[in-house]
Ligand binder design. Structure first.
Ligand SMILES: Nc1ncnc2c1ncn2[C@@H]1O[C@H](COP(=O)(O)OP(=O)(O)OP(=O)(O)O)[C@@H](O)[C@H]1O
Ligand SMILES: [Mg+2]
Length: 360
């Protein structure tokens, strides 16, 4: 597959799904570029699987269109899409060896025997299972079985691979290892991957872009760093990384910034909400953007509160500070900023105005 030939560009135009009167997915429009790794991230029931299955052909859309390389594939049968699929419960064939499981998709495609064995061998080497070719699935660990499932998917070099929580059944260490493995295979083969997870760390590690979903719609679509540093909604801010959220009412808007009044004071922040009708907004500040101490200049704003807890996270310490209205905020302790206050102390905090965001 050559890059940039538009061989696996996927366009969704108002694709939606209803079951009777229940809306599983509101109309969704987005473009997945060739070779992109796009992650659908959202809580349970937000519509991730529904969206993926409409792309796979396993679920028929209620309305809208699916275009692949400009062709209308909305109602094309699953077996004519040639997409690879890996699901949480990777169904390996129990009566077939690892090599037979992996060669299955190639035999279905009637490849010459010599090519089959060469391709199977190469793919098993890529997932480091070449010495397990003759074992049966029941003789493998969960992680090894998952790697067989990946090999069985990558072996026929699909241009598009759809994965639905493929690592959900694995422990944390193995999951982290497999995340990098999948990323490596994706890069090596230039495959377009659409990946479903509800694990935000997994989404941050793996994706070129993340599509944050909630209540059957897209909350925000963007590169991981973009969503992390520029969340557009309270939901996106809270779902990706930790955020300090001070709820309040929007006052003046000036250019790309807005003033917000909260129970803990009046603040300013960047404001680029798509929906500017509502005045119920929140100020969002990431823990690492907050520091202890008085605001050193007018470029900063802050709140006062009482230190209520210290959390040790191995690589860093977090301070929990309870504000006057009972709201708790969290900030990262900066060891270079001097000695740690004691629990119960009243402390001042500050953050750069330019990094705070007002979101709807
Ligand atoms: N066949 C169906 N009939 C009726 N409702 C359905 C059907 N399939 C899914 N739904 C509903 O559609 C909504 C979205 O489901 P979906 O499986 O897409 O969620 P999800 O984001 O994948 O959640 P999870 O993280 O739990 O897998 C849910 O409320 C679900 O109950
Ligand atoms: Mg699902």
């Amino acid at each position: 597959m050559k890059a940039g030939t538009g061989e696996s560009k996927i366009v969704l135009e108002g694709l939606s799904k209803r079951y009777g009167t229940f809306t599983a997915l509101e109309p969704i429009s987005l473009t997945v570029e060739e070779g992109e790794f796009l992650t659908l991230l959202g809580p349970s029931g937000s519509g991730k699987t529904t969206l993926l299955q409409m792309i796979s052909g396993l679920v028929d859309p209620t309305a809208g269109r699916l275009l692949v390389n400009g062709e209308d594939w909305t109602h094309r049968p699953v077996n004519q899409r040639g997409m690879g699929m890996v699901f949480q419960h990777y169904a390996l064939f129990p009566h077939m060896t690892v090599a037979e499981n992996v060669s299955f998709p190639l035999e279905m495609r009637k490849l010459p025997a010599r090519d089959v064995s060469a391709q199977v061998e190469e793919t098993l080497r890529k997932v480091q299972l070449d010495s397990f070719a003759h074992r049966f699935p029941r003789e493998l660990s969960g992680g090894q079985q998952q790697r067989v499932a990946l090999a069985r998917c990558f072996v026929f070099r699909p241009k598009v691979i759809l994965m639905d929580e493929p690592l959900g059944a694995l422990d944390k260490a193995l999951r982290e290892h497999m995340q990098l493995e999948i990323r490596r295979l994706h890069k090596e083969y230039g495959t377009t991957v659409i990946y479903v997870t509800h694990d935000q760390e997994e989404a941050l590690v793996m994706s070129d872009r993340i599509c944050v979903m909630n209540h059957a719609r897209i909350e925000q679509l963007g590169a991981p760093h973009q969503i992390y540093s520029d969340p557009e909604t309270v939901f996106a801010a809270g779902f990706i990384g930790h955020s300090n959220v001070l709820k309040g009412t929007r006052q003046a808007v000036e250019g790309a910034s807005a003033v917000i009044t909260t129970a803990n004071g009046t603040f300013t922040g960047r404001y680029t909400a798509r929906d500017q009708a509502t005045t119920e907004v929140a100020l969002v500040i990431r823990p690492e953007q907050m520091r202890l101490g008085q605001a050193p200049s007018s470029e900063f704003e802050g709140v006062r509160g009482r230190l209520t807890d210290l959390v040790y996270l191995g690589s860093e310490r977090r301070l929990l500070i309870t504000l006057g209205d009972g709201e708790t905020i969290m900030l990262r302790h900066d060891p270079s900023a001097g000695s740690l206050p004691s629990i119960g102390d009243e402390v001042a905090t500050h953050w750069p105005k330019a990094l705070a965001r007002v979101v709807a």
